[in-house]
Design a protein. Structure first.
Ligand code: SF4
Ligand code: SF4
Length: 106
């Protein structure tokens, strides 16, 4: 369950597959090819073998470009977000009834 704090969308670098790009073409405007990722920009990957892209970051733990930071944080491409984001969250808190009826973060 998810608090929608947005920290995972800042802490991790998101790997992106061709399938993700086909579902959400706007991803291509914000990715590095994996082989070209500047080491100073990313530290922690949501590793998925065979994914050709990583979402760009201005610094290792800067927010994802698609994260609208607020309370709660919101993914601007929630319906078409990458698969690694769909596999989150790893947190365990139960959502409130209001959260159950809202646009979940992850
Ligand atoms: S999964 Fe939810 S609660 Fe956990 S870090 Fe991400 S946004 Fe926050
Ligand atoms: S695409 Fe959405 S869910 Fe994935 S890291 Fe970015 S803001 Fe978070």
């Amino acid at each position: 369950m998810c608090y929608r704090c947005g920290k995972c969308c800042s802490w991790f670098s998101v790997t992106v597959s061709e399938e993700d790009v086909n579902r959400e073409p706007r991803l291509l405007d914000h990715v590095w090819a994996v082989a070209e990722v500047p080491p100073c920009k990313t530290k922690t990957y949501m590793v998925e073998n065979g994914h050709p892209y990583v979402l760009k970051k201005s610094a290792p733990h800067s927010p994802c470009v698609f994260l609208s930071e607020g309370d709660p944080a919101t993914c601007l491409i929630y319906e078409t977000r990458p698969d690694v984001c769909r596999k989150s969250p790893t947190c365990t808190r139960r959502r409130t009834p209001e959260e159950e009826n809202s646009n979940e973060m992850a």
